[in-house]
Design a binder for this molecule. Structure first.
Ligand code: PAF
Length: 326
């Protein structure tokens, strides 16, 4: 038996097809931190720009606080197209594009301005372009700030103070080498497991920038904060090639503009927390100390064997070009 559907008049059909509801594309965006973090602020700005400039043809659905899993899982979802967008740290990125790891070398950048100029310049932009071969569209470098060590065992002033410290690192080979070289007992671990592991005491500490320590309330589970600034922590805004391939060039341009504005919002947030974060964490009861220039030099000296390893993986000329960037 054949069922006949009532015919829809041509003009009605045209209206239905043009309806924003029908034409909307959902952008599931996953990130590891809360909506009021530097990631949340950036994701919101990205959404505002895209929704405004495409008349709402794209609708962002946010999955903050690792709602879609750890960063590695989310990046894999972006490759497959089950997740459309993400903002991630450089934690696992070197496992997708090895060259990214060059920015994870300890004590490479002098300050935030130096890091931003390198990432926004040819060296950073060349690395972004390499993500296409890894099945990812990398739109921009964001940032988290410089990473510092927190722990529950003791305050840190010299490499001896982290001897045997059970320290969670990101799933990042460069960081792992650094902490092994310094004599700590590093454990790579996905972020969603970290707070529980600190609560249970299976690890003593972790390292992250002030933006993360403040927004994730690490003061609830950590006693000591050492302002070590041992490594800069970049972030990246990624889009799935599946949704990217379905977009017009005009829409891609809007996503790029949105990413640029999201990065500006993220950097603004990091600038603010770099100013206020120490005081906030002191007020929340953390024991805070800062490495002096001499202390930092002692860490750099202890890291010499790690630098030799990095030079085997990364082009020394590029490292020197980064250091020489004004
Ligand atoms: O430590 C990490 O894994 C990252 O810095 C975090 C907290 C997931 C933010 O990207």
């Amino acid at each position: 038996m054949i069922h006949y559907k009532p015919a829809i008049a041509g003009s009605v059909l045209a209206t239905v097809l043009a309806s924003p509801l029908l034409a909307q594309t959902e952008i599931k965006i996953g990130y590891a931190l809360a909506p009021d973090s530097h990631y949340g602020v950036a994701a919101e700005r990205w959404e505002e720009v895209v929704e405004e400039r495409t008349d709402g043809r794209y609708e962002f659905r946010h999955f903050p606080s690792s709602g879609l899993g750890g960063e590695r899982e989310v990046i894999e979802g972006v490759q497959l197209g089950t997740v459309e967008a993400t903002i991630v740290s450089s934690g696992t990125l070197a496992n997708f594009v090895e060259d990214t790891g060059i920015f994870d070398i300890p004590f490479l950048f002098r300050d935030l301005g130096h890091a931003r100029r390198v990432l926004d310049g040819p060296i950073g932009q060349d690395i972004l372009a390499k993500f296409e071969d890894a099945g990812l569209i990398a739109l921009a470098w964001g940032e988290q700030g410089f990473r510092h060590i927190t722990n529950n065992r003791n305050q840190i002033a010299s490499p001896d103070d982290i001897d045997g410290l059970r320290l969670r690192t990101m799933e990042n080979p460069i960081h792992l080498t650094a902490f092994e070289t310094l004599g700590a007992a590093p454990t790579p671990m996905a972020w969603p497991e970290v707070i529980g592991a600190l609560q249970q005491g299976t690890i003593d500490g972790q390292e992250n920038p002030l933006s993360v320590i403040v927004s994730a309330n690490l003061n609830d589970v950590q006693e000591y904060l050492t302002i070590s600034g041992h490594v800069y922590s970049p972030a990246m805004l990624l889009i799935s090639p599946v949704v990217w391939d379905s977009m017009s060039e005009e829409d891609r341009e809007v996503f790029r503009e949105g990413a640029t504005e999201a990065v500006a919002a993220m950097r603004g947030f990091v600038d603010d927390v770099e100013e206020s974060g120490l005081e906030t964490l002191r007020e929340r009861g953390m024991d805070v100390a800062e490495l002096s220039a001499e202390d930092r030099a002692a860490f750099q000296e202890a890291l010499e064997p790690a630098y030799e390893e990095y030079y085997e993986t990364y082009d020394r000329d590029v490292i020197e070009a980064i250091i020489a960037t004004e």
